[in-house]
Design a protein. Sequence first.
Length: 352
Amino acid sequence: MKKRIGLLYGGKSAEHEVSLSTARAVTGALNFEEYEVYPIFITSDGEWRRGERLEKPVSAIEELQFGDNTTILENNITDFLIDKNGAEVKFDVIFPLLHGTNGEDGTVQGLLEVLNLPYVGNGVLASSAGMDKVVMKQLFEIAGLPQVPYTYFIRSEWKNEQQAIIERCENNLNWPMFVKPANLGSSVGISKATNREELEKAIEVALQYDRKIVVEQGIVAREVELAVLGNDYPEVSVPGEIKPVTDFYDYDSKYKDGSTALIIPAELPVETVASLKELAKRAFKAIDGSGLVRADFFVTAENNVYINEVNTMPGFTPVSMYPLLWQHTDVSYPELIDRLITLAIERYEEKQ
Ligand code: ATP
Ligand code: MG
Ligand code: MG
Ligand code: MG
């Protein structure tokens, strides 16, 4: 029997467009002999719309947005489980291709849990822990993973104790510093500060995106990422290096210029690769990951390794780092998608 799969994409986040390209690519890689594919589109306003079953891969992103002839629902979020005649559409698995807020942060995962539907990727806890850079860092600290020094605060503290916060940064961290909203991705709201004035500005920018802010000590290092795949016994890919041409790997270099070079496998001593792989697994376990994460590291000239973060729903187009890392580890894009679906069903069945 064919597996019925719901592709969930779009979403009310800064990464809406990215999600649409991912969804298009995934329809191109799914074997339609093996899967019945239903598109479930979340508009940028947060409305849920389910389309008719796809007959073939979609060629244009517009096909995934349905235009005015939306098939189903807007009123009730669970209506995507009901067809035109009021019968239940029973999904074998939901594949969330969502990034950031309301997608990668455990909220959609929670909804799918409540609906008792198997879904691809990380569960509620791992997703929310991976989304919040402060919680993630604290879990990494407990797991003994090496990280750069950091501090954090919330908006109301900034309002009331601005001077003390600046002093805390200056006393504990060296310049330059990186200021980040705690709950975001794609480098949105992140700036580098080289002095007090820039630090204050960077904090004001980050506060436009989040109430919780992280300030990190900047590090001069290469950026190396590894892909983790699995549930209880995850596998790790070869490492890949990112070489942004800009000052750092900011939003534009991720999605606009296309000038960033990805070097796979990264050129590193074997011992460094071994320790990166081991740290990637430990990071996955530290957040109680399942399915997939992309673990991002800094590697200094002396080959000292620091974890920067994990991403629980990393970029997933065929030219994104995560799938490319697997491709270089002998797992093709269609195979990767199959594996993730199998892992989702395994995890679900184990829980029953
Ligand atoms: P994504 O989820 O898209 O990977 P993000 O928004 O979670 O990104 P980070 O990965 O934390 O953001 O940071 C974005 C980029 O900023 C990094 O890839 C790196 O280029 C730079 N950067 C972040 N923190 C530091 C640091 N402490 N030292 C040096 N560079 C940094
Ligand atoms: Mg991130
Ligand atoms: Mg991200
Ligand atoms: Mg990152």
